[in-house]
Design a protein around this ligand. Structure first.
Ligand code: GCU
Length: 883
């Protein structure tokens, strides 16, 4: 149904197009401006035109200079400083046209020079901005542009600190936009100048309001006509309207066009993301001077403190994930295809919700959220702490305005947020500073809250808080409309069940609050597997346990409006040290976008379409060390993810057992002979999908084994499978009489977490091996046959703190004489007195490799002799060799 709106002119749209064809200005043109750039890292003055190429590198946008130095490169930190970009190009400026560059994202300060003249600046790394070129263009058509970019720390530009990498560069696309002298605003905080609202929507009809911001760049007042068409992609219009307006010379003007009572549309929802578009044409005396199409959707929503979220009148639990915008090894410079791939992963997981982590993301992300039906929480990068200064607050306000203006029209967006764990840095600040910090934070929150509500009365506001009393004590948590919680019970603290208790207490205390879980997640490393997973061990199994337990508790509580896993994808955080250095590995998929088991678990828990996926997507091997002479089978705890009631397991094409699916998962305990096996899952006797595994047994008695290769990880119950070679380091085992194993000592725990989780310098691929260790072992004994063995001992003396960031260590710390011990083999001294902390430094790995020949049936005995403090050993390998 087409509804004619209030102003109807005699000209029909096709006639208008004909007129347009005959004119000089043809509306808006937008083309990419990403190629042919030169880049130079470091400060130099490239503002003036030049054609020098020496010392300049040819680049295309998107580009960042931090794609490689944030990886495990043996150096702490990454380049935070200045970089220059420059380009010569041809553009013949035409009378009556305006030229702009649109930068989608430059981290974090940009200064633009056109033909040697300063053309504009922008502060903040996560929003788009436009720079007008017109006054600076050379009539000769030879143009030169240069951009100075700076990603140095600046206490007045959020984010000040955060658990992600602030990669510098022009890391999102740039476009050249041409319009007539009159156009939709190009100076409204990077917004399109056309803002679509739907203040009233029912399933039958809706009112659509369009706010136009017009600019007249001509020295005369100008009468303009706006033609507004509301339509679904390539189908007939739902409404058309023409409006005339006079915009004074060299001024801006705002006009509201109302299209009431529109019908004949489909509602937008995750299941049916029906998109509509407002097509706007701007005419000056019949000539098309600008045109723009903006997306929107028909939907209404609200949150209820008791019952959660409602979309189009129906209760909908919002479940999904957070997403950071980087991809190792490309830094934050992702192609649109890469962005799309991430959004597809999220949708395929059965999610209906996205939190754009801690900052506004690329247009492609928002467009995809609209088109795939994902509801969005978007926020500005105010993370961990604030600076007490007016400039800081003004920058924060500007970022909020930019985000809301730029993404206002996306129907997927339902929440604007402005602070994440803003009290996080309290613990590092002097006590006496806290009252002033709290006051400044509160005042800023109030300002941002008011601003968000004023700029957009149709959406909700939110803040993400962490488990810390100050939000309550200061009243900060009362300011936003939604209380978001980043909770890690059972990971950083407490246990899984504490999550529900914490939230139930919150609900009792704050019955009128809207509660949302803005983050929950556990880390995992696809090289670590445990039969006895535990908190903070980074095994694949513990990520599953955590994710399953917390997701269940969220789903069971109607008052929790939704939950977002932290994080969809493993992401770069240069300063972080966990099992994978410089990477936050709480992703449900790996950096190269391969689903981990937890991804399939969530898919099974959330999806309506049938799911059946094997567990252990990265693992094919199971190695078992026999616990008795009669132990000849390899135990394999196998699991699969599904939303069916039961799954049947077939081993080598024979039915093995049926298992009930509970909370997305079915499990089996198999005992298999050593060898290769084919596993398949049957539903109604179908044999797909298949999984091939290999089982290996290390016998109890080694005496009869002519060749041996035993690699044992110490101080922890997980196996480490080296992703480069497949070498399988079995979990530690204590010595059994007549067999082999470690004697004495205990696993290292710092606080209630196993191992150190420190950055083991120069051991990046093997960090998890070194991070856990046996403290105070007396001996490793193996009753091996006579022969020659290569013995490797992996050791490290560690910094004794529970959790730190890598960038705190500017230099290697030496502590001579802190820990000294000797090592002997079958009574022969191998190391008289190792002092790792003194000789090599703390957290520096020491890999001791030597050969020893066993004779006279003596077996192998490696002994540790303490001189100062306890000996430590992280892993031991014994391999028979010829000589
Ligand atoms: C926080 C924070 C994230 C961080 C995460 C984590 O709650 O908001 O930025 O990455 O926890 O520790 O993994």
């Amino acid at each position: 149904m087409t509804r004619q709106c209030v102003f109807i002119f005699g000209i029909c749209f096709s006639l208008v197009t004909n007129i347009v064809g005959q004119t000089a200005v043809e509306g808006r043109q937008k083309i990419s401006f990403n190629s042919g750039w030169l880049f130079s890292k470091g400060d130099r003055d490239a503002s003036l035109p030049d054609r020098a190429t020496l010392g300049w590198q040819s680049v295309q946008f998107p580009h960042t200079w931090n794609d490689k130095d944030v990886l495990a490169d043996g150096e702490r930190g990454y380049y935070r400083g200045i970089g220059w970009y420059k380009k010569n190009f041809r553009l013949q400026p035409e009378e009556g046209k305006k030229y702009f560059l649109r930068f989608e994202g430059v981290n974090q300060e940009a200064e633009i020079f056109v033909n040697g003249k300063a053309a504009g600046k922008h502060i903040g790394g996560y929003s788009a901005f436009n720079i007008e070129l017109t006054p600076f263009l050379d009539p000769s058509a030879e143009q030169y542009i240069s951009v100075k970019v700076d990603n140095s720390f600046n206490e007045n530009i959020p984010p000040l600190s955060a658990d992600f990498t602030f990669s510098g560069g022009i890391y999102r696309p740039v476009h050249l936009i041409t319009t007539g002298e009159q156009h939709f605003s190009m100076s409204d905080y990077g917004g399109p100048g056309v803002y679509v609202s739907t203040p009233r929507v029912t399933s039958q009809n809706a009112d659509v309001h369009i706010e136009y911001h017009l600019e007249n760049g001509n020295a005369y007042d100008q009468a303009l006509t706006i033609e507004t068409i509301i339509q679904k992609e390539s189908s007939s219009a739902l409404a058309r309207k023409k409006t005339t307006v006079i915009v004074p010379a060299l001024q801006n003007r705002t006009v509201e066009v109302i299209c009431p009572d529109i019908g004949g549309f489909e509602l937008w929802s995750p299941d049916n993301p029906a998109m509509y578009y407002v097509e706007s044409h701007l005419f000056k005396s019949g000539e098309l001077v600008d045109n723009l199409t903006q997306p929107f959707g028909f939907r209404w929503f609200h949150f209820d403190p008791e019952k959660g979220f409602f979309l189009n009148g129906e209760n909908l639990k919002l479940m999904g994930a957070n997403r950071h915008q980087d991809r190792i090894p490309y830094g934050n410079a992702l192609s649109d295809d890469m962005h799309r791939q991430d959004m597809r992963l999220l949708k395929d997981m059965g999610a209906n919700f996205l939190r754009t982590a801690h900052y506004p993301q690329a247009t492609e992300i928002l467009d995809n959220a609209d088109q795939l039906g994902l509801l969005v929480w978007e926020e500005i990068p105010l993370v961990n702490e604030v600076t007490i200064s007016r400039e800081h607050d003004e920058n924060a306000e500007m970022m909020l305005k930019e985000m809301i203006r730029q993404h206002y029209n996306h129907p997927s967006v339902i929440i604007w947020a402005y602070m994440n764990e803003i009290y996080w840095a309290h613990r590092f600040k002097p006590e006496e500073e806290l009252p002033a910090r709290n006051r400044a934070t509160l005042a800023l929150a109030r300002k941002l809250e008011d601003l968000a509500r004023e700029l957009d009365p149709y959406r909700y506001t939110a803040m993400a808080m962490h488990n810390y009393p100050a939000y309550e004590e200061t009243g900060l948590g009362d300011i936003p409309m939604i209380a978001g919680w980043n909770l890690y019970h059972g990971w950083y603290y407490g246990n899984h069940e504490d999550f529900g208790k914490f939230m139930d207490e919150q609900r009792l205390k704050y019955p009128r609050r809207i509660h949302f879980i803005s983050e929950y997640g556990a880390g995992s490393d696809v090289r670590l597997y445990s039969e006895k997973p535990e908190k903070f061990d980074f095994t694949i199994e513990e990520q599953i346990n955590f994710t399953r337990a917390i997701t269940r508790q969220i789903l069971d509580r109607p008052y929790i409006a939704g939950g977002a896993l932290w994080n969809l994808i493993d992401f770069s955080s240069e300063r972080r040290v966990d099992a994978t250095s410089h990477i936050n590995n709480k992703g449900l998929v790996t950096v190269d976008r391969k689903p981990k088991d937890a991804y399939y678990l969530v898919q099974a828990m959330l999806s309506e379409k049938p799911v059946s996926e094997w567990g252990y997507s990265f693992r094919q091997q199971w190695v078992h060390a026999a616990v008795s002479p009669s132990d000849t089978l390899v135990p394999v705890r196998m699991y699969a993810f599904s939303n069916q009631k039961t799954l049947s397991l077939y081993v080598n094409n024979r039915f093995s057992a049926e298992s009930e699916v509970k909370d997305g998962m079915a499990e089996w305990l198999l005992c298999l002979p050593p060898g290769k096996h084919l596993l398949s899952l049957g539903q109604n006797s179908t044999y797909t999908p298949e999984k091939r595994i290999e089982t290996t047994l290390i016998p109890f008695h080694l005496k009869d084994e002519p060749t041996l290769d035993i690699a044992m990880n110490l101080g922890v119950n997980y196996a480490f499978i080296d992703s480069r070679t497949g070498l399988y380091w079995i979990p530690e085992r204590e010595h059994r009489s007549g067999s082999w194993g470690i004697i004495g000592g205990k696993q290292l725990y710092i606080g209630d977490k196993v191992g150190t989780k420190e950055d083991i310098l120069a051991a990046d691929e093997e960090d998890p091996l070194y991070q856990t260790m046996r403290v105070d072992p007396s001996e490793f004994r193996a009753d091996v046959p006579d022969g020659t063995y290569e013995i490797e001992l992996l050791m490290v003396d560690y910094v004794r703190k529970s959790r730190r960031f890598a960038d705190e260590d500017k230099e290697i710390t030496y502590e001579p004489g802190r820990r000294v011990f000797g090592i002997s083999v079958n009574g022969r001294v191998v190391e008289q007195a190792i002092d790792m902390g003194g000789s090599y430094g703390l957290n520096v790995p020491y890999r001791l490799v030597f050969r020893h020949t066993v004779k006279d049936n003596a077996g192998l005995s490696i002994q540790f002799h303490p001189f100062k403090r306890e000996p430590v050993v992280s892993a031991i390998r014994i391999r028979s060799v010829r000589y």
